[in-house]
Design a protein around this ligand. Structure first.
Ligand SMILES: [Zn+2]
Length: 291
């Protein structure tokens, strides 16, 4: 075996995901657009607005249950009080992440482990905090991934550090459509064995930006262009984390030609440009003829 790369469910080469912050009412319009184009999104919510009953501006639990969770989208943590953990005292960062998680789980009666950092997140540090410390806090609070900001790029890579998950673009990036086109032009068969890593397109923002700028056609266009592709998996942030976690949990022999899948996910991968999958509980012998 020379090279092995993850493939998404059904052996797909690419995935698309969205992450939208703050839980404002127009999330519901955005969720409808995602539904129309078969997209899956993650909505990052501050429970303090819900517990204070600020429903003029923010979505209600019933609206979230019906239009977000009920349509296969994800609810994730965005802090209780929406404070950037990097510039907070460690004790405040602990409280904000933990209460953000506990209160959302209480409201929705489910397990919530994803997060998007509020404000500057882990781009700036102050009050004795550091990236390593914030990461440790989130790990101890049971959060498994956290989306950060910035570094817009068109490398389409999966994160190597799930607590520093950098999106592909904010939707208002002036290069957004060009990045979409570049992503669409990436075809598995065009890459040689060493470059066949999976591709991810990850868009983030706030739905109120579309309302404030009256440019809903922008997100419609992004979704329409990305939609309906046979080689693409449309998934929430957490679905991507869970699947990648299953891939990383596969157990291999030293030679790399026997694999055991201890997870509940069927897992796909590419070895030296050949497709394979291993079912939950299965031990698979990999047979490859090299010319
Ligand atoms: Zn926010």
């Amino acid at each position: 075996m020379r090279y092995r790369f993850l493939r998404f469910p059904e052996g797909k080469f690419k995935a698309v995901t969205f992450s939208y912050d703050d839980g404002v009412k127009v999330d519901l319009r955005l969720a409808e657009i995602f539904d129309k184009y078969g997209m899956k999104g993650t909505f990052n919510i501050n429970p303090s607005h819900i517990l204070r009953g600020e429903f003029e501006k923010f979505t209600t639990p019933d609206e979230i249950r019906e239009h977000i969770l009920g349509r296969g989208h994800e609810v994730a943590i965005h802090g209780e009080q929406h404070i950037a953990p990097g510039v907070s005292r460690p004790v405040d960062a602990i409280r904000d992440a933990l209460l953000g998680r506990e209160q959302l789980e209480e409201i929705f009666g489910t397990i919530i482990r994803g997060m998007a950092y509020p404000d500057s997140g882990v781009r700036r540090f102050h009050n004795g905090n550091s990236y390593e410390n914030v990461r440790g806090i989130l790990e101890n609070v049971g959060i498994v991934y956290a989306r950060t900001l910035g570094a817009d790029n068109n490398t389409f890579l999966l994160p190597t550090d799930w607590y520093n998950w950098v999106p592909t673009i904010h939707h208002a990036n002036k290069e957004a459509m060009s990045y979409v086109d570049t992503f669409l032009s990436q075809k598995e068969e065009n890459y040689r064995t060493a470059s066949r890593h999976p591709r991810l397109f990850y868009v983030w923002g706030h739905s109120f930006e579309f309302r404030n700028n009256d440019n809903w056609e922008l997100i419609e266009e992004i979704c329409e262009k990305l939609s309906g592709k046979d080689d693409t998996w449309y998934a929430t942030n957490m679905e991507i984390w869970e699947y990648c976690h299953a891939y990383d949990s596969l157990i291999w022999n030293a030679k790399g030609d026997v694999v055991y899948n201890p997870t509940f996910h069927k897992v796909w991968f590419d070895i030296d440009s050949r497709p394979f999958s291993v079912a939950p509980g299965e031990t698979l012998k990999i047979e490859i003829e090299y010319n």
